[in-house]
Design a protein around this ligand. Structure first.
Ligand SMILES: [Zn+2]
Length: 204
């Protein structure tokens, strides 16, 4: 039997920008995904450099709001990541123009929808479409970890009053997420981590 030297999945959080967005670096089997590089590219780059030698695979966007995307172009230019976004949030510039924020054009390479799967090292990345905060909001599940963007927060959920938001859709999206395995750890777009179990009790 070959003994494989498999490294455990690593997750590192870097809080960036004026709205304190959680940017996550996720490494599995030497492949790196950056989730929501919202601002402060220099700090994210130094976090990436601390990881040592990895393959720069994906930038995964939970949605297109400016506070989740402002470092995308710089990181993509430097490392060549493929940028992934939900199919209904692809026009990032106009999404932000609707809330009177000017951003550069950010061009996704791959759009995803409910049920899509990507690969990161040893793991699969599962995609859940979770509209409610924006039309194209998605959550990514990697192993027993859910990156929930501005959909599910610790003891709360994302706002629904911005263009494309919907209370009704948010309710359905939360129902869908709260049916997942209770042991899944949740990494939101802002504030602290939580678990499906804790949030199910919160919404019960
Ligand atoms: Zn947002």
């Amino acid at each position: 039997m070959t003994r494989m030297n498999m490294k455990k999945m690593q997750i590192k959080k870097i809080i960036v920008g004026p709205i304190e967005t959680n940017c996550y670096l996720v490494v599995s089997g030497n492949e790196l995904a950056v989730i929501d590089p919202g601002d402060e590219a220099d700090r994210i780059i130094s976090g990436i450099q601390d990881l040592g030698k990895v393959n720069y695979k994906y930038i995964l966007l939970t949605h297109g709001h400016f506070d989740h995307v402002m470092a995308v172009n710089e990181l993509k230019g430097k490392y060549g990541f493929k940028v992934i976004v939900g199919e209904k949030d692809t026009d990032i510039q106009s999404l932000n123009a609707q809330i009177r924020i000017e951003t550069e054009a950010i061009l996704p390479d791959v759009t995803v929808k409910e049920g899509d799967e990507l690969e990161l090292g040893e793991e699969k990345i599962g995609v859940f479409a979770t509209p409610g905060h924006t039309k194209g909001s998605v959550c990514y599940k990697i192993s027993q970890n859910l990156f929930s963007g501005d959909t599910l927060f610790h003891r709360s959920h994302g706002r629904t009053d911005l263009p494309g938001g919907s209370d009704e859709e948010m309710g359905k999206s939360l129902d869908k997420l709260l049916k997942l395995d209770e042991n899944i750890k949740v990494y939101p777009g802002h504030s602290n981590e939580t678990t499906i179990k804790a949030e199910r009790e919160n919404y019960a």
